[in-house]
Design a protein around this ligand. Structure first.
Ligand SMILES: [Cu+2]
Length: 248
């Protein structure tokens, strides 16, 4: 129960600062508390810690920042979220306030124990992404806008672990890219450790893989844009950068 209390305290802090991140995860009815950047320091060694450490809910502004992988400092979690291939994982945020930009969920195979895994070696693949649902870039319905419920309750984002994925230890990375500041994209990434179970045998090929940092750059018009320029903001399509989503 004290874990739930810690999350509520963190949630209040996040509302005040108008930024945020993935604070908790759910699989079915089971809750897994994440690392709270405004919680006690001993979380980092607590036996329940499933999320890589992050120390501020401020965004990352640079496409080539090494912290783009798993935030700052992104040091390993203690344990993992058990999940069967084919099940859904939900990332639960505090009350999310930004409204424009894509959200992408990624996995990377740790090739062994995720506690020993350095993300500079990671090959990331997408398992889900959420972009512009309808309307225009500047004021249309992005999933990011719909997901921010504005009534003080948490925002939830659900994606499926592909049913045919081979079992193993994986990082899951939830990323929100906020594009409301002209030509100044904001990244909000957090990672957790997963133990994927099941009888799957598949793994995505190279065409689905990306390096992070590496997949984004300020040369991409989907990343470096001014949504308040009508030539950009009035468009009704937005292509999420990076490789295609792998669905198994
Ligand atoms: Cu913010």
């Amino acid at each position: 129960m004290w874990q739930a209390v810690a999350s509520v305290v963190g949630f209040l802090v996040h509302q005040v600062s108008a930024h945020g991140g993935a604070l908790n995860y759910t699989v079915g009815e089971t809750w897994y508390p994440g690392y709270d950047p405004y919680g006690p320091e001993d979380q980092v060694t607590a036996p329940w810690t499933v999320q890589r450490k992050w120390v501020t809910n401020e965004p990352i502004f640079e496409a080539n920042n090494i912290s783009l992988a798993c935030n700052t400092p992104g040091t390993p979690a203690v344990t993992s979220i058990p999940i069967n291939a084919g099940e859904n994982i939900t990332a639960v945020y505090g009350s999310w306030v930004h409204t424009v930009g894509p959200m992408v969920a990624w996995l990377a195979d740790c090739g062994g124990d995720c506690r020993d895994f350095d993300t500079t070696n990671a090959d990331w693949f997408k398992i889900g992404e959420k972009g512009l649902l309808w309307g225009t870039i500047v004021d249309g319905m992005w999933f990011q806008r719909q997901f921010g419920v504005w009534d003080g309750t948490p925002s939830s984002w659900t994606e499926q672990i592909p049913a045919s994925l081979r079992p193993g230890n994986y990082l899951v990375r939830h990323e929100i890219i906020s594009l409301h500041s002209a030509n100044k994209p904001q990244w909000y990434p957090e990672c957790a450790h997963l133990e994927v179970k099941g009888t799957g045998t598949k793994f995505p090929g190279k065409e689905f893989m990306a390096k992070i940092p590496g997949v984004y750059s300020m040369n991409q018009p989907e990343i470096n844009l001014d949504i308040y320029d009508p030539a950009v903001g009035e468009r009704t399509t937005y292509t999420i950068p990076g490789p295609p989503v792998w669905t198994g």
